[in-house]
Design a protein around this ligand. Structure first.
Ligand SMILES: [Zn+2]
Length: 304
């Protein structure tokens, strides 16, 4: 066994990333497992074991970043976007030393790069993950997460539902999923040539393509992004009022929109926040990219 090295496993809806992580938080090697359609728990567990062996990680501590709630007492993940793993004894199967929510894992890794004692991290991907790190550890409620803060209920019209099934929540109006829906609708009208050009044969515009169009200055795409910044500004004002963090960090795929997008969110949040809550709470981009969840999972497995 190599001392001070662990396997970090970051489970996603389409694929799982596995990395060899040092105690300094360095990613030494990694592999990606693409889950076959309809794969059941034994198949997935066997693929993970094979990937760990391929990394030379047999016998190393394993940390699992789970895309949903975690029941640590029973070693189970729940309510995720990989239903085949929900309620299954994955942690026992892999002999895992740590099982934690994926947003918490990413935030734990990110927090090592900032001096803030209380850091809120917002992961803007297909959904919205929110984690609060206090003195290096995630603040947890019943589901082993920070509630479900991506489902903060904001839109009184309740026009849209999110993929988890609530209506009018933050995810339903400002997330990768919401951006795909709105960009696809806008592309179909022909009012945004850049979005129409990015549309796939199915007519769908991906979140990455919508971000590219906005960064290139397409007015329609920029309007969608400004709309998301408005909702996220409301959410930030509410998170500040609930948790009073020293720093708010934004990661995930939509953070590709860059600091100007974050500044838009900040302006909307500051206009709605109590001054003492916004005065010492900058909003910045995450330093770590998509490897953060894997690194945080490995670090959790190495934590005393
Ligand atoms: Zn929701």
């Amino acid at each position: 066994m190599t001392k001070g090295v662990a396997i970090g496993l970051d489970i996603g809806g389409g694929s799982t990333k596995l990395g060899l992580i040092s105690s300094a938080g360095d990613l030494l090697a990694s592999r990606r497992v693409v889950l076959p359609d309809g794969a059941d728990f034994p198949v997935i567990a066997a693929q993970y074991r094979a990937a760990i062996a391929a990394l030379g990680g047999e016998g190393l501590p394993v940390g699992i970043a789970y895309p949903g709630h975690v029941d640590r007492a029973r070693g189970l993940g729940l309510n995720s976007n990989v239903p085949a793993l929900d309620g299954q004894p994955l942690a026992a199967e892999l002999g895992a030393a740590a099982l934690l929510n994926d947003a918490d894992a990413a935030a734990m890794a990110e927090a090592r790069h900032h001096a803030a004692a209380r850091m809120l991290m917002v992961t803007l991907g297909t959904g919205v993950g929110v984690s609060m790190i206090v003195a290096g550890k995630p603040l947890e409620t019943a589901g082993g997460t920070l509630g479900d803060s991506g489902h903060l209920n904001l839109d009184p019209s309740g026009r849209f539902g999110c993929r988890q099934g609530c209506t009018g929540c933050l995810e339903s109006v400002a997330s990768g999923e919401a951006l795909v829906r709105d960009a696809t609708l806008l592309a179909a009208t022909g009012e945004s040539p850049a979005l129409s050009a990015e549309a796939l044969p199915s007519g769908e515009v991906s979140a990455a393509a919508a971000c590219r169009a906005a960064l290139a200055g397409d007015p329609g795409a920029m309007r969608l992004v400004a709309g998301m910044a408005g909702w996220l500004g409301m959410a930030v004002a509410s998170w500040r009022a609930s948790f009073h963090p020293d720093l708010i960090v934004f990661g995930g795929g939509l953070s590709a929109l860059g600091q100007p997008f974050i500044d838009q969110i900040r302006d909307r949040a500051d206009a709605r926040s109590l001054p003492f809550l916004s005065a010492n709470c900058p909003l910045i981009l995450a330093r770590l990219g998509n490897d953060a969840g894997m690194i945080g999972a490995g670090l959790a497995a190495l934590a005393p």
